[in-house]
Design a protein around this ligand. Structure first.
Ligand code: COA
Length: 503
């Protein structure tokens, strides 16, 4: 049976090649997609071909590419490959896209995910011309059944002049009922409280509304989402997860957290997934999650009964788990809620619910400032994503990382971060395989002691202690002691010699 029940929409069925011709050079396109889930699979590839042909004729053809967050090779990869993206926001993790950003070919506006919708509405990112949205189906009365991510879809559909829909029959039709599309967000001064007080609350509808006049093309696809599998758990990630679980256990013991904790947010990447795996073996029951993405580890927690409900904006599942979700979407429908990212990442909700945030980092400094985005100060890795939305507003904000990178040549704990994403004011707990630094209530100098002592790798611990002692002397023990001549010397040494370690 066709996934397009509406006759009016069926009349607009065409090919991706024809649809792509409706997108013009110099325009902005809002694509669906959040991690490797729910992104359009065929229009971007067809568009990249048109761009490549235009470039071959010596013509310009680039677009502004707006998404929910990162996507997959068919979107970021194919458009970046042909130098087709002049402007990108708000988050990416594709290797080709990253290269083009760092080569200066694509301008990248790395903003908080919760800001991407409001800034589009406000017009500060330019006019949105086209929306290309993957959906699971179209109902007889012309409403859209969302697919495996919601992201910014409702914003793109409302803000764009024209909409191209990809109806993907690979997505389970049983996703209908899993989504909660709340459309009550507004720009100031018209904002009202969002009526959500528990991660499991449903405050919107299960489908997205659309003005049919805007729909210029409908394409039928049958293509799988493309997320990478998670790395198998190693000793390092198990140790990091163990330190976090011990910390949470103690918080419960001290009466600072309820027995079932508070809603958990788990960031992207393998370590965050390992933390979820740790929770599976941990003592906590009746857990809830208020987060951005549902990873494999969260599905395991739901399966085990340890977690009751998980709220997010997208799946970020390995191929194995994505297939499992497709086969059993009806079963998960009352345990998982997918919301617009305006809601999943909303500071109001994160603060009200008291979320426990857990995100990865690239480097942290001895005073607790965190760099999540830049390698050696200059090179963009992925972007800030939702880490700022959650860290700044969390009840407890934690960061997890191995203590070294690149086989030990880089210390994740440095004298001064080479780029700031999360300041010492927002970072409460840092965890490496070496241990955990609880920074709450500590002055900068006390923070430095506990970070060096508990989190630094043994190779770098004496060097960090030496820097700190020296800085205290040079700065005459002021509030946050630094020797500005040496503060970034570790990074400079790595760039010169390929290692932060002293020979
Ligand atoms: N200096 C240089 N390179 C470093 C580094 C450092 N201090 N720390 C890590 N890296 C490199 C790794 O070697 C790896 O490189 P590779 O791809 O060439 O192998 C890469 O950065 C990713 O590191 P990895 O250890 O695999 O980490 P991860 O998958 O856990 O990701 C972040 C870590 C910080 C990149 C990731 O969490 C991120 O993008 N965070 C920002 C967005 C975010 O937090 N979103 C979630 C909000 S809900």
């Amino acid at each position: 049976m066709s996934r397009i029940e509406s006759k009016a929409f069926r009349k607009k069925i065409t090919t991706a090649e024809e649809a792509a011709k409706l997108i013009k050079h110099g325009t902005n396109v809002g694509f669906s997609g959040f991690t490797g889930a729910g992104y359009p699979k065929e229009t971007p590839v067809a568009l990249a071909k048109l761009m490549s042909e235009a470039h071959g004729r010596g013509e310009e053809f680039m677009i502004g590419c707006f998404t929910g967050a990162s996507t997959a090779p068919e979107l970021d990869g194919s458009l970046a490959e042909v130098d087709g993206i002049s402007f990108r926001m708000p988050y990416q993790s594709d290797p080709i896209m990253r290269t083009k950003i760092n080569a200066g070919i694509s301008d990248y506006c790395d903003i908080h995910l919760s800001h991407s919708g409001p800034q589009t509405w406000a017009g500060t990112l330019g006019k949105l011309d086209t929306a290309v949205i993957e959906v699971t189906g179209i109902t007889a009365d012309g409403e859209l059944i969302p697919s495996s991510s919601v992201g910014n879809n409702t914003t793109w559909i409302e803000a764009a002049d024209q909409v191209i829909l990809e109806v993907n029959s690979w997505q389970s039709i049983d996703l209908l009922g899993m989504h909660d599309i709340y459309e009550g967000v507004a720009l100031p001064p018209n904002r009202v409280p969002i009526p959500l007080t528990h991660p499991g609350d449903r405050i919107g509808s299960t489908t997205m509304k659309i003005d049919p006049k805007k729909v210029v093309a409908v394409i039928e696809t049958d293509d799988a989402d493309r997320n990478s599998p998670f790395k198998p758990l190693d000793d390092e990630s198990r140790m990091i997860a163990g330190h976090l679980l011990d910390f949470l256990t103690n918080e419960v013991k001290q009466g600072r957290l309820p027995k079932n904790l508070l809603p958990l947010q788990s960031g992207v990447g393998n370590i965050a997934n390992a933390v979820l795996a740790g929770l599976l073996e941990g003592p906590f029951e009746n857990l809830t999650s208020y987060t951005e993405v549902i990873q494999d580890g969260m599905v395991d927690l739901l399966d085990s009964g340890k977690m009751k409900v998980a709220s997010a904006t997208a799946f970020s599942l390995s191929p194995e788990y994505a297939n499992k979700m497709n086969d059993n979407a009806a079963h998960y429908r009352d345990k998982i809620i997918l919301r617009p990212q305006d809601i999943s990442n909303h500071p109001e909700m994160i603060r009200r619910l008291g979320v426990i945030a857990c995100n990865g980092l690239i480097e942290a400094d001895i005073y607790g400032n965190v760099n999540s985005t830049h390698i050696m100060g200059s090179k963009m890795q992925n972007g800030i994503g939702g880490s700022g939305d959650f860290t700044r507003n969390a009840y407890i904000s934690t960061f997890v990382t191995p203590s070294t990178a690149k086989g030990g040549a880089i210390s994740a704990i440095v004298p001064m971060v080479s780029h700031h994403d999360h300041t010492e004011h927002d970072v409460q707990v840092i965890i490496t395989e070496q241990g955990l630094a609880d920074l709450r209530g500590l002055s900068p100098q006390k923070r430095a002691k506990v970070i060096i002592e508990n989190c630094a790798h043994p190779l770098y611990k004496p060097m960090l202690q030496e820097y700190f002692d020296h800085a205290v002397k040079v700065a005459n023990s002021q509030h946050t002691p630094h020797d500005l001549h040496q503060a970034l010397s570790w990074h400079a040494r790595f760039l010169d010699a390929g290692t932060m370690a002293r020979s």
